[in-house]
Design a binder for this molecule. Structure first.
Ligand SMILES: *[C@@H]1O[C@H](CO)[C@@H](O)[C@H](O)[C@H]1NC(C)=O
Ligand SMILES: *[C@@H]1O[C@H](CO)[C@@H](O)[C@H](O)[C@H]1NC(C)=O
Ligand SMILES: *[C@@H]1O[C@H](CO)[C@@H](O)[C@H](O)[C@H]1NC(C)=O
Ligand SMILES: *[C@@H]1O[C@H](CO)[C@@H](O)[C@H](O)[C@H]1NC(C)=O
Length: 320
């Protein structure tokens, strides 16, 4: 086989390898902003770890929020709640249950209309009503699990963050109800349990009105660091804390490099969605494993050719 003189082969290979080493046209796909996961529902910003689009946000928060006619809804085992606010710096959200009793209205029904608050086991690592949130269970049956198993008929009922039933009884809503039994909500009780029993979520882990045999409930919180005056000034709603346990770093790094935080099709593994590719770390350190199959093949081929060309080049340069 006739071989051309080394010098011309050298030039040819030099040109060829420069051409081959040039990065693949990945950059053309990268033009423009990356996929965005941030969205709005009414005037509420929906951002990490929450999301409205599938694949966006934290996997523990998937299929949780729904935007219906500009109303943001939060959906868990006990029902759907309107989201009034998402407080990102304090990692909390405020929910509204339409059948929640307030100071103006005490809503009771033999078969509870209100949701209460029960989390699915898969959600409990991520959500918990705030320790400053008081749940006031109303009209619970004497046979309620709430009043069982407490020696000396002591009750689990107590004030939470300075809010409790004693003060709640002073509300307008109670006088509208007419006659009702009250009893005492402190210490122990005699013939009948109190009409209202205040608890923290931590104390009973689930506000299931059916299981607790209650006719209604109220939930209140105070945002002011100082005690506010009386139940008319409390905020009625459910204040829920959320946490994403150690994945905040991942998302911060992803967003800092221009990506959007999401998760893979397995619904578990976190992904950083970068312009044109997905990464398991961030958009600066795109891992080949997470690029789309065609881009991956292209890059591997490119790498193999460039390596061989480089080697040949070295050998020929040495020969020349
Ligand atoms: C509440 O308790 C009732 C009765 O124990 C049960 O059937 C129901 O599934 C519970 N609801 C939730 C949301 O867990
Ligand atoms: C959204 O708008 C309503 C009134 O339409 C207002 O009461 C509420 O405070 C607003 N929420 C936020 C988070 O800005
Ligand atoms: C709750 O607070 C009220 C008002 O400060 C007080 O009168 C009541 O005894 C407290 N109740 C309990 C159960 O500690
Ligand atoms: C990145 O992941 C998202 C969510 O799983 C998916 O919808 C999208 O198609 C992926 N993009 C690429 C380039 O693979």
């Amino acid at each position: 086989m006739e071989t051309p003189p080394p010098s011309s082969t050298f030039l040819l290979l030099l040109l060829l390898s420069i051409f081959l080493i040039t990065p693949p046209p990945l950059t053309s796909a990268a033009a423009g902003p990356g996929p965005s996961c941030r969205s709005f529902c009414g005037n509420i910003t929906v951002d990490y770890p929450f999301a409205l689009h599938d694949g966006c946000g934290h996997p523990g928060f998937r299929d949780l929020l729904f935007c219906i006619n500009s109303v943001l809804m939060f959906h868990i085992a006990s029902g759907s709640y309107r989201v009034l606010d998402i407080d990102y710096p304090y990692r909390s959200l405020t929910l509204h249950d339409p059948h929640l009793s307030t100071c103006d209205d005490v809503v009771l029904s033999p078969t509870p209309l209100a949701n209460g608050f029960v989390l699915d086991p898969s959600r409990s690592p991520y959500f918990s009503p705030s320790p400053d949130n008081v749940f006031m269970l109303i009209g619970c049956s004497p046979t309620s699990p709430l009043f069982q198993g407490f020696p000396g008929k002591h009750l689990p009922c107590r004030n939470v963050s300075g809010m409790g039933c004693e003060e709640y009884y002073g509300c307008e809503g109670w006088s509208k109800l007419g006659s009702h039994r009250r009893g005492s909500d402190s210490g122990s009780y005699g013939s009948s349990p109190p009409e209202c029993c205040a608890v923290s979520f931590e104390a009973i882990k689930a506000i299931n009105l059916t299981r607790l045999e209650c006719q209604g409930y109220s939930s209140a919180y105070t945002l002011a660091p100082l005690r506010v005056d009386g139940p008319a000034a409390w905020s009625y709603g459910i204040r829920v804390k959320y946490s994403v346990q150690g994945s905040e770093e991942f998302c911060r790094a992803c967003e800092a490099t221009g990506g959007s935080c999401g998760f893979g099709s397995d619904g578990e593994r976190q992904l950083c969605m970068c312009p044109g590719f997905n990464s398991t770390s961030n958009c600066d350190k795109g891992s080949i494993a997470d690029m789309s199959a065609s881009v991956k093949r292209e890059m591997e081929l490119e790498f193999v050719i460039a390596t061989w060309a480089g080697l040949l080049l070295l050998v020929l340069a040495w020969m020349a």
